[in-house]
Design a protein around this ligand. Sequence first.
Ligand code: P6P
Length: 336
Amino acid sequence: MKHLITLTEFIIDRQVEVKGATGELSRLLNDIGIAAKFVNREINKAGLADILGYEGTDNVQGEAQKKLDVYANNQFINALRAGGQCAAIASEENDEIIILDNPVSNKAKYVVAIDPLDGSSNIEANVSIGTVFSIYRRITDNGLANVSDLLQPGTKIVAAGYVIYGSSTMLVYSTGHGVNGFTLDPSVGLFILSHPDIRYPAAGNIYSVNESNYIHFPEGVKEYINYCHVDDPATKRPYITRYIGSMVADIHRNLLLGGIFLYPGTKKNPKGKLRLLYECKPIAFIAEQAGGKATDGKRRILDIHPDSVHQRSPFYAGPSYMVEKVETFLVNTSET
Ligand code: P6P
């Protein structure tokens, strides 16, 4: 029987790859894995438990929070607080950063930016949703962390990944040494290595964008979408359009099958919809580690220094040649 490698074993085995690692990052990654299992349990019975529907509150974006959003946020915050390896958290569900003010967390080396449950508008329709996370080394010394610890460029990411709650639940992450995927075996509550060294396929032909916004897209994006429609078998066009409307699910499918994800700006929302800190940057980290690219149409996402926790960015992620193709249509324009 093939030797099964659990997430915990893998994290510890690979700890040597992380410069200066002394176990805290391993513990932090494991804490995220533990919270993900509790969230998975609730999602898998969402249709049964009285956990569907709205919490009756709005998040910082003014979006009505669903009960699972709030549950997931609490699970990750509690796990990170209990683990003691995280000093502060930026979460989509909280207006301000959460400073973990206790004697252990104050000395923690790391901070976490997280979207605890991305795509929650799909919960009632039983569509795959996800968690997106990224970990940074704090830049402040001991004592209370602050927002500067989180507003770092993506090049400072120590580890990042996502959990996809789908037909199976997977945790996909990288510490900067490639991308590895773990599938949850719910019968034993273990994430098992199922997708070692994930790389974008050499040739992808999927494009994922909400085409209902076509008339509001920048001209360059319209031209790229038209390019995707051209009948040219030599370049595997017309491309296949696949769009779930749940970023983690779209990104995960495109990562495995080969495709580009686009969330452009529009005339009404020039910065698009996705948040730079806890949605675009973690996924950009994964995309690059899988041999791809992620930009805002002009700049590498990981190079962008966030000005605020909830700022948005246009977002293009996928195999390098597909992202570079979009950029050729945007290069002489000011819109992205
Ligand atoms: P639209 C889900 O609400 C989300 O934040 C992402 O997961 C997803 O990619 C995007 O919004 C979908 O937005 O405007 O296409 O419905």
